[in-house]
Design a protein around this ligand. Structure first.
Ligand code: CO
Ligand code: ZN
Length: 331
């Protein structure tokens, strides 16, 4: 799992430019199934099993895109100005490095502010790729970069950029490999463009028209100072009750909770005040679907050094495998 996670997190694929991560995920699951397709928006869709009388069509989504940077203009002196792809927090930028999809790498810094105690807005930041003028600059308007930051193995816990949401991608890949029998038609979606407003999941949900939907994504934790939230790293997958964009179907919440309890898998309940996931759009697609979400606790979300606990990932694989291998009773 760690080796897989390292490969996934060290791949640069911001929203709308998911080619590299999609190819990698496709190669990881090619041994298990050939029922794989890519739709117009670039979602990777993997189908397993057939819907029996005891079964449902279930959509399980994990977004594969990551936040990133897009060139807005190049200064005469060769410094590259950029705008955000998804929720980039300027306070995490300076001193980091960016890698463009064509391999060009640069360091990120900002104009010297009048007030050193204030965090500046994104227009004040730039990427210095070592060009001496706009004439010899190897990137142009519209080019895309991801944050460049290696994977660090701390033992039980690991640190990397894009653990949002490559940790869920790793979990989904292992779940697909794990499931031997199912009464359901399981449609796994590695979705595109989540970070810019759940756009991939929107078209996928419409096309798949499932009976039940689950999104797998990270959620912030409340186990660092100054954060009010009851989710902790290492305490198990979090069953989403509510976030900013969705109220989970209470019947789905009970089903997940009972399955976790029956299989002695640790879990916690999640109430998230800011942020949402693919589940938001799945719930209201077409005539709607029964929807819930399972979250992987993650510290420092949307920073270049996010942290997850490997036990949480392994327990999420166990939970999803149990949920998707048995008949679903909603009550
Ligand atoms: Co995110
Ligand atoms: Zn995410």
């Amino acid at each position: 799992m760690k080796a897989l996670l390292q490969k996934l997190t060290e791949t640069a694929s911001p929203s709308g430019f998911e080619d590299k991560i999609r190819d990698l995920i496709r190669s990881e699951i090619s041994a298990v199934t050939s029922s794989v397709k890519v739709d117009t928006l670039g979602n990777l869709i993997v189908t397993i099993g057939e819907k029996t009388v005891k079964g449902m069509r279930v959509m399980v989504a994990a977004h594969m895109d990551e936040i990133g940077l897009m060139v807005s203009h190049v200064e005469k002196n060769g410094l590259v100005r950029f705008t955000n792809i998804g929720a980039i927090f300027p306070r995490y930028l300076s001193g980091n490095r960016a890698i463009f999809l064509n391999g060009v790498t640069g360091c990120i810094n900002n104009d010297r502010p009048d007030d050193l105690t204030k965090i500046q807005s994104i227009e004040k930041y730039f990427i210095d790729i070592g060009a001496t003028s706009d004439k010899d600059c190897p990137v142009k308007i519209g080019d895309v970069a991801a944050i460049e930051r290696g994977f660090v193995d701390l033992g039980k816990r690991v640190v990397s950029k894009s653990l949002d949401n490559r940790s869920s991608c790793a979990v989904l890949i292992e779940t697909i490999q794990n499931i031997k029998n199912t009464p359901h038609e399981l449609v796994f979606v590695f979705s595109a463009q989540e970070e810019v407003g759940v756009r991939g999941a929107q078209t996928a949900a419409y096309d798949i028209d499932a009976d039940l939907g689950l999104a797998i994504d990270v959620t912030p934790t409340g186990d660092i100072l100054g954060v009010k939230m009851q989710v902790s790293l290492g305490n198990g997958p979090a069953i989403k009750v509510r976030d900013q964009g969705m109220i989970s179907d209470p019947r789905v919440v009970r089903w997940i909770e009972e399955t976790a309890r029956k299989n002695k898998i640790p879990y916690q309940m999640e109430v998230l005040e800011v942020g949402s996931t693919d589940a938001r759009i799945m719930q209201v697609s077409k005539a709607g679907m029964f929807t819930g979400a399972v979250s992987i606790p993650c510290r420092y979300v949307h920073s270049p050094s996010e942290m997850v606990d490997m036990d949480d990932l392994n327990n999420t694989v166990k939970l999803l495998s149990a949920l998707l291998s048995n008949p679903i009773l909603l009550k």
